[in-house]
Design a protein around this ligand. Structure first.
Ligand SMILES: Nc1ncnc2c1ncn2[C@@H]1O[C@H](COP(=O)(O)OP(=O)(O)OP(=O)(O)O)[C@@H](O)[C@H]1O
Length: 487
């Protein structure tokens, strides 16, 4: 610890953010300094006040006490004015119909629950410089706002205890980067704990850093909440809010009855039309938030139905930001990057040239919308020739009324309004346009879906992540394999 009486050193000049060589390197550039920035030490002001820190007292102050008093008074007034200004700024904004507050207080009883939907997310949007655990705070020039909560730092031991030593019974899913466990944190919160497998290419480490960085800064009810993380020695774990109904993939493409019977519990009932529309709208709002309300824009880059998670009410949140790219916007276009993502969801221009824009996410969104409509997976080689690739099979049918009805998921049993179906099909057709510039903005998609999914209200700020109340309805089941989601 620094000696309190040691001579003051000049405050370090803020290190300029290293300019990435190219837009491609934006995310990579952020990986280099894996250091947690502590709060800056309070700066002591030695420039004014008259007394020198060392040496003999200044004789001026002995002969001019009145001047010293006057200077002191002026300083006192200045400090009071500054304090007043700071207090005013720190006061929470008044709740009114036009603006929502997504700060941590919103979930408290009595806090305003105004909408954080697409048209009001700008306050909720943008990035906040998280006080703790924010790895890259301030390096990318995000618009900084005070953030009321940050991701918590866990030790490996704490997460071992939470998951009963990573018991197989608590595995809720497995992804390419590792297993996800259900766990109960020390405060009683049920969480999804993702234990990353760090490979030799250090891709896991990279994804871990990006995910912690982005999710600890972004605050939207449409993105999965990051409760915390663990970077204990070589362990890398992410702690998310628990989404009781698993991934959209596991709910939409449920196993065939025979396979399900062999696996044990009966498959859950298929998602109905209204629920599907609600999920489509929630996802559209999530991408709208990333593209339009974050500065700079964030491209998810791996939007697909296994990265859409469903809570106990089947409200959707988007997850998995390990491949996200920051730094492109819709006016100046694109980031040229390695092609990563999931087969069947990649926009053609991105797959062939690596040119990534927010419109690449729009394409992936269109594929998910088609999955919701048809119940089909994006690529299915078991189907007859001509039907392997969902987009090419669906596109010509989307604008033909008769064929459109035939392509709808049979599990829906015709329970939808034709008028709504036609509109959703039109949106899907726009999103999967081959030419990126013909695809709509996510804001347009949101606005088009709102009247169709009219019974699905915008999630209020009160249902933003990290609310303990949401977690209390979920209990850790003692039986192995109860609700394992296939991935
Ligand atoms: N927050 C969560 N709450 C509940 N279940 C979750 C949560 N996060 C993940 N899961 C479950 O774990 C599974 C694996 O998730 P994970 O994000 O590791 O992989 P993925 O997205 O399926 O695939 P990939 O690793 O290729 O992105 C999901 O399909 C889901 O069933």
């Amino acid at each position: 610890m620094k000696d309190a009486f040691s001579p003051p050193s000049p405050p370090p000049a803020p290190a300029p953010a290293p300019a990435p060589d190219s837009a491609e390197d934006l995310a990579d550039a952020r990986l280099a300094p894996w250091t947690f920035s502590p709060w800056p030490a309070p700066r002591r002001d030695h420039a004014s006040g008259g007394g020198s820190g060392s040496g003999r007292p200044n004789p001026l102050f002995t002969i001019l006490p009145v001047s010293a008093l006057a200077i002191g008074l002026v300083l006192l007034v200045a400090v009071a004015v500054i304090l007043l200004a700071v207090t005013r700024r720190a006061r929470p904004p008044k709740a009114d119909g036009a603006s929502g507050s997504c700060n941590g207080d919103s979930g408290k009883p009595g806090a305003p629950t105004s909408s954080c939907g697409s048209h009001v997310t700008s306050r909720c949007g943008g990035y906040a410089a998280a006080g703790t655990g924010c790895i890259y705070a301030g390096r990318l020039g995000f618009s900084a706002q005070p953030r009321s909560r940050g991701a918590q730092v866990f030790t490996y031991r704490e997460l071992e205890r939470a998951t009963d030593w990573f018991s197989e019974c608590n595995v809720v899913g497995r992804g390419a980067s590792g297993a996800v466990f259900r766990g109960r944190l020390a405060d009683g919160t049920t969480a999804a704990i993702k234990r990353l497998r760090l490979d030799q290419r250090r891709q896991g480490e990279r994804e871990f850093r990006i995910e912690v960085d982005l999710l600890s800064r972004m605050d939207s009810p449409y993105l999965v909440g990051l409760l915390g993380y663990c970077a204990d020695q070589s362990h890398r774990l992410l702690v998310f809010e628990y989404m009781a109904n698993g991934s959209l993939k596991s709910r939409l493409h449920h196993p065939a009855p025979a396979a399900a019977a062999a696996a044990g519990p009966p498959p859950p009932p298929p998602l109905d039309w209204q629920t599907r529309l609600g999920i489509a709208l929630d996802c559209a709002r999530a991408l709208e938030f990333l593209h339009e309300h974050s500065s700079p824009a964030v491209i998810h880059r791996d939007f697909n139905c296994s990265n859409v998670l469903l809570d106990h009410n089947y409200r959707a949140r988007v997850s998995d930001f390990g491949m996200a790219k920051v730094g492109s916007n819709r006016t100046d276009g694109q980031v040229v990057t390695r092609v990563l993502g999931t087969t069947g969801y990649l926009a053609p221009e991105y797959a062939s040239t690596g040119k990534l824009t927010t419109k690449s996410d729009v394409y992936s969104y269109g594929v998910v919308l088609l999955e919701l409509l048809t119940g089909r997976v994006p690529v299915d080689t078991q189907r007859p020739p001509g039907e392997h690739v969902l987009v090419s099979w669906a596109l010509p049918r989307l604008t033909n009324r008769q064929k459109l009805v035939q392509m709808v998921d049979p599990a829906l049993k015709g329970q939808f309004a034709l008028k709504d179906l036609i509109q959703v099909a039109a949106i899907a057709a726009m999103c999967v346009q081959t030419k990126a510039e013909y695809r709509p903005l996510m804001t347009d998609v949101v606005q088009s879906l709102i009247p169709i999914a009219k019974t699905t209200p915008a999630m209020s700020c009160s249902s933003t992540p990290l609310r303990p109340a949401l977690q209390h309805v979920i209990f850790m089941g003692p039986q192995c394999g109860d609700d394992k989601a296939s991935s």
